[in-house]
Design a protein around this ligand. Structure first.
Ligand code: SAM
Length: 442
């Protein structure tokens, strides 16, 4: 059994009151686990019968489910490789429910890696609008990008910028902003006992200062009339209610938002909820804030005409796709991208990825990228090798082997249960495997 610091237990007395012993008793039980379904790839109705383990519905997100603590190897399942779901602690999905994303919205996820909430936002956008995922730590932004590709996010941008830099350049651009802030992680104590050793009051207070500074930036990126959701995976009142109160004091153009969700326990602010192990989640706080005023139109979004070489690139894509995908083609050096329609090409904002990396010209030959295939459904492609749930070629493909393929010669999408998980080059009854080495299961 974990020993919790005395200072921490005193703080928790203010959060749990007479339920404190019940909270402490939770440390003897398994942590909660869950998945969130990715509607860019599959509906929950279609996915649930395919899953090789039982799930139960989570109250925190319309597409969230609990998975038993005993299930092993979920991340190695072909369904996971195909982007059907994201493994996510159930209460962590609550913040996106509060954000209320609608198709067509422009959404900023300011502290985004590894990408669970970005995956949810993209799923709620249903392929329309724009999601911009920023992660200040570069190495973590790469993990975010890899999750983007697995989930098949097309209308998205990944960047690794300081919040103040990004938000000042995109002032007033976003309809919704999520700040899932770095925190003291008290909600992680049951999953990760090492986090307990790092806990101190000084750390809590330092986190609160950093959270306020990130929120200042977020406020700038939000348009008038837009919605800001602040979340943490900690219970600390300083990092939660305290941050919200201070933010509202220093931002008279913001008001507390109205809670319409029925989950979680009330908090010291009317616009926030807290989920603890007593509500069947590891630990999350989320609050809604609204920016007053009417929507102000943002400057123009650049949409360029195709250059001659981009037209050549379009011809190459027409050998792979049934028809040219929506989005703007952009050639940068030898690399071809499909930009999101709402992408604001803003001077001074360097991004890691905008839209889909489609491929590269090498000595005048076009080599398509893995991410080009995972971003589209099987119906988009001229050639598809469709594998069903029990086809042994699915695992062989994910392991990097050549597999049988009786289709026409050329680049071929490989789909599993109706979701594209990669591609290969078909010739003479065999498919040369192009599944990226770093993603292979062996
Ligand atoms: N939203 C993510 C998800 O659902 O997968 C989890 C985000 S995690 C709670 C907070 C993130 O904030 C971390 O990835 C961390 O690297 C990042 N971060 C750390 N310091 C930061 C800062 N000063 N400004 C912005 N983000 C920061």
């Amino acid at each position: 059994m974990i020993t919790l610091p005395e200072d921490y237990l005193q703080e928790m007395q203010t959060v749990f009151g007479e339920e404190l012993p019940a909270y402490e008793a939770c440390f003897a039980r398994d942590a909660f686990r869950g998945i969130s379904v990715n509607r860019l790839k599959i509906t929950p109705e279609a996915l649930l019968p395919l899953l090789p383990f039982p799930v139960t519905r989570s109250p925190f997100y319309r597409d969230g489910y609990y998975v038993s603590a005993e299930e092993q190897g979920i991340g190695k399942l072909p369904l996971h490789h195909a982007g059907a779901f994201y493994v996510q602690e159930p209460s962590a999905s609550s913040a996106v429910s509060l954000l209320g994303v609608r198709p067509g919205d422009r959404v900023l996820d300011l502290c985004a890696a590894p990408g669970g909430k970005s995956a949810q936002i993209a799923s709620c956008l249903e392929g329309s609008g724009l999601i911009w995922s920023n992660e200040v730590v570069r190495s973590r932004a790469q993990i975010l990008l890899s999750n983007y590709e697995r989930m098949g996010i097309r209308s998205g941008v990944v960047s690794s910028l300081y919040p103040e830099v990004l938000c000042s350049r995109l002032s007033g651009f976003f309809d919704r902003v999520l700040v899932d802030a770095p925190c003291s992680g008290e909600g992680m104590f049951r999953k990760d006992p090492a986090a307990v050793a790092e806990w101190s009051r000084e750390h809590v207070l330092a986190c609160a200062r950093r959270q306020l500074s990130i929120l200042d930036s977020a406020a700038e990126a939000l348009r008038s009339g837009g919605t800001l959701v602040y979340s943490t995976c900690t219970f600390s009142p300083e990092e939660n209610e305290g941050v919200i109160r201070q933010f509202l004091e220093s931002h008279p153009d913001f008001t507390p938002g109205e809670l319409t969700e029925s989950f979680g326990r009330p908090t010291g602010v009317s616009c926030g909820i807290r989920i603890t192990p007593l509500e069947n989640g590891e630990g999350h706080f989320a609050a809604i804030l609204r920016k007053t005023g009417d929507a102000s139109p943002w400057g123009t979004i650049v949409s360029g005409n195709l250059t001659k070489s981009e037209k050549q690139a379009a011809d190459e894509l027409l050998d792979i796709f049934r028809e040219l995908p929506h989005g703007r083609l952009k050639l940068q050096g030898d690399k071809l991208y499909l930009l999101p329609e709402l992408y604001p090409e803003t001077a001074g904002v360097n991004v890691i990825r905008a839209g889909v990396f489609a491929g590269e010209f090498k000595k005048n030959r076009f080599e398509p990228a893995h991410s080009l295939f995972t971003a589209f459904p099987p119906s988009a492609f001229r050639r598809v090798l469709a594998l069903d749930r029990d086809d042994p070629r699915a695992v062989e493909f994910l392991n990097g082997y050549e597999i049988d393929c009786d289709g026409d010669k050329g680049y071929t999408a490989v789909s599993y249960c109706g979701m594209v998980m990669g591609f290969g080059k078909c010739s003479g009854g065999r498919l040369k495997n192009k599944y990226p080495k770093g993603l292979r299961t062996v």
